[in-house]
Design a protein around this ligand. Structure first.
Ligand SMILES: Nc1ncnc2c1ncn2[C@@H]1O[C@H](COP(=O)(O)OP(=O)(O)OP(=O)(O)O)[C@@H](O)[C@H]1O
Ligand SMILES: O=P(O)(O)OC[C@H]1O[C@H](OP(=O)(O)OP(=O)(O)O)[C@H](O)[C@@H]1O
Ligand SMILES: O=C(O)c1cccnc1
Ligand SMILES: [Mg+2]
Length: 561
């Protein structure tokens, strides 16, 4: 896998990686057949404008995080058909294809393309072009599928991650555990990268950590626990007292702590049982925990649900943690991977508190409780309403597969050719495109929150602070409002021109921060999980009239008989 990623040396980017699978042939065949037909009928130098946008926010929500731009730009930077690509295409296209077309393809590059885009990480809304591509029609057409594949899943999973973050709140640690359940290795890598942008703190995916500089984190699996049956199996039993050369028999200390715990907490009602009883703990589990602690005395975190969380996992974990403490090490906590996570986390916390006061180890109360097991956004909301004591969530399947909505419907539509606007009509009004190249502004109210996104024609003067501007619903005539913005933000920048990236690109960390800031700028009611308020996306009066005139002139008048 690592070799699928290659270093891309660049003027503005250093140490950035590009996924080797992203190349000009990673597209749909029809892009190439259309390019041929454009070329053959004399349209190769026509100048086209395409908009990339989506029509509906995912997950019954009212916002989306725009992601994938960095990869789109790297795709432009490396876009070249290789000799073997051309040989392959010669075998795929019809034998009647003129040979000069293949010379044209061999030579083609995005040097005459201009790419305008919203900044990666920005909160975006339906109908708003996220990216605008201007340039020779065949080249602009050839970019469609690849740009869509780079933006669609990235934005979807970043949005999903942002929703999990909002559900969990800013204090909880969120770890992405999805690689094993993702849609293939590339889906897994993309998920790790874009979940980080959306607000996760780390991933268990080691390659993602290396490639994208994301913190890698993890615990251990049930296999590690079931690999042990008794303390006798442990070949290594010794641990150094922290900061000294003194080596002591750690296993003896662990055993004595289990004794102390069962003596002291014999009457402590934990769950439905009357106390911690040594005969109910699993010795194999104790051996697994002790041996893991010997390997990671400063980072000990145990998976406690293999046999019975309250009767075995927690007593065994506590014995090992207190033995570590006796030698100067601080354990980290536990992971719960089954059962009622609200109830168990509360019982575990209560037990930690009791142990903390019984043995005068106040820090023990705050040992980390990680929860995992098929967690989705609703589970987190439900846990919040029940009350729980979980500090960190490990989330895989539902996060990376975006179970609630597996695709964001981003599309790429032609809106202008040779300065002449194009409109795509549809029975479904929502599918009618907004013609021509457009400018985009986010207008803010005096409380600092975004009020509306305003799309204008390029030749219009930008809205200005304090000056009333008419914002119209793009399709419903009666829906319109005046806005006097307290702040106006122009959302497009040119990222690609003259064959190179022409903006400094933020780091992944920068994009992550942008996402959080941008989310904070929209009102809470747009962000809430249940029945959020739609954010307004409007067009200027001039654009409204322009598009509706074009609509009428393109819609054939029927004849009834
Ligand atoms: N308190 C809770 N409130 C709501 N959902 C919960 C709560 N606790 C756990 N869950 C969720 O309920 C589901 C329980 O799934 P399931 O019954 O398959 O697992 P389990 O029996 O606990 O564990 P396993 O089968 O993995 O041993 C999981 O999706 C989990 O995230
Ligand atoms: O549940 P997810 O959100 O996908 O999170 C990832 C899961 O991966 C591991 O399970 P494992 O593969 O060991 O299988 P399990 O379901 O039997 O625990 C881990 O214990 C989590 O439960
Ligand atoms: O580190 C973990 O606990 C982990 C990693 C991947 C999947 N499930 C759990
Ligand atoms: Mg599991």
């Amino acid at each position: 896998m690592a070799s699928a990623y290659k270093q891309v040396p660049g003027r503005l980017e250093t140490n950035r990686d590009q996924n080797g699978v992203i190349q000009p042939l990673l597209t749909d065949l029809y892009q190439i057949t259309m390019a041929y037909a454009y070329w053959k009928c004399g349209k190769k130098d026509d100048i086209a404008v395409f908009d990339l946008f989506f029509r509906k926010n995912p997950f019954h929500g009212e916002f989306t995080i725009f992601a994938g731009l960095d990869e789109c730009l790297k795709f432009l930077k490396t876009f070249r058909y290789s000799q073997t690509d051309i040989e392959y295409l010669k075998g795929v296209l019809s034998p009647t294809t003129e040979p000069e077309f293949f010379d044209y393809l061999l030579d083609i590059s995005p040097k005459d393309i201009i790419l305008y885009s919203i900044e990666e990480g920005t909160v975006v809304f339906p109908k708003v072009p996220l990216i605008r591509i201007e340039g020779p029609l065949p080249m602009a057409q050839l970019l469609e599928t690849t740009l869509l594949t780079l933006v669609n899943y990235s934005s979807l999973v970043a949005t999903n991650a942002a929703r999990f973050r909002m559900a969990a709140g800013p204090e909880k640690s969120l770890l992405e555990f999805g690689l094993r359940r993702a849609q293939g290795p590339d889906g897994g890598l993309s998920a790790s990268r874009y979940c980080y942008i959306g607000g996760f703190d780390g991933t268990s995916n080691v390659l993602a950590g290396k490639l994208f500089n994301i913190p890698v984190k993890g615990t251990h699996a049930h296999a590690y626990v079931t690999a042990f049956q008794s303390l006798e199996e442990l070949k290594e039993r010794h641990l150094r007292r922290k900061g000294t050369e003194e080596s002591v028999d750690f296993i003896e200390i662990v055993k004595s702590w289990l004794h102390k715990l069962t003596n002291a907490l014999g009457d402590f009602k934990i769950g439905s049982q009357m106390g911690i009883l040594q005969q109910e703990t699993s010795e194999g589990e104790l051996a697994a925990f002790a041996s893991y602690a010997l390997s990671f005395p400063d980072g000990f975190l145990a998976l406690v649900d293999t046999y019975d969380v309250l009767k075995s996992g927690i007593p065994n974990f506590s014995a090992v943690a207190l033995a570590l403490n006796e030698l100067g090490y601080r354990s980290v906590g536990v992971r719960l991977d089954s059962g009622d996570l609200a109830y168990l986390s509360m019982e575990v916390r209560r037990t930690f508190k009791q142990i903390a006061s019984t043995f005068d180890v106040p820090w023990f109360t705050d040992q980390t409780i990680v929860a995992s097991n098929d967690i989705n956004e609703d589970t987190i909301h439900s846990l919040n309403s029940q009350g729980h004591s979980i500090n960190a969530f490990g989330i895989g399947t539902h996060l990376v597969t975006c179970q609630r909505q597996p695709a964001l419907g981003c599309v790429y539509k032609l809106v202008e050719v040779n300065k002449k606007p194009r409109i795509k009509l549809s029975e479904d009004v929502e599918k009618v495109t907004i013609p021509g190249g457009k400018a985009l502004y986010r207008l803010y109210g005096s409380d600092g929150h975004a009020l509306v996104d305003l799309i204008q024609r390029l030749e219009e003067a930008p809205p200005t602070v304090g000056r009333r501007v008419l914002c119209r619903h793009p399709f419903q005539e009666a829906k319109r409002a005046y806005v006097s913005p307290a702040k106006v933000e122009s959302l497009y920048k040119i990222y690609w021109r003259d064959g190179e990236i022409c903006q400094p690109l933020p780091t992944l960390e920068g994009v992550k921060q942008k996402a959080q800031q941008s989310l904070a700028n929209i009102r809470q009611d747009h962000r809430r999980a249940l029945n959020p308020t739609p954010y307004k996306v409007s067009v200027s009066d001039q654009l409204y009239n322009f598009m509706h005139e074009l609509w009428l002139s393109n819609a054939p008048i029927g004849e009834l008989s």
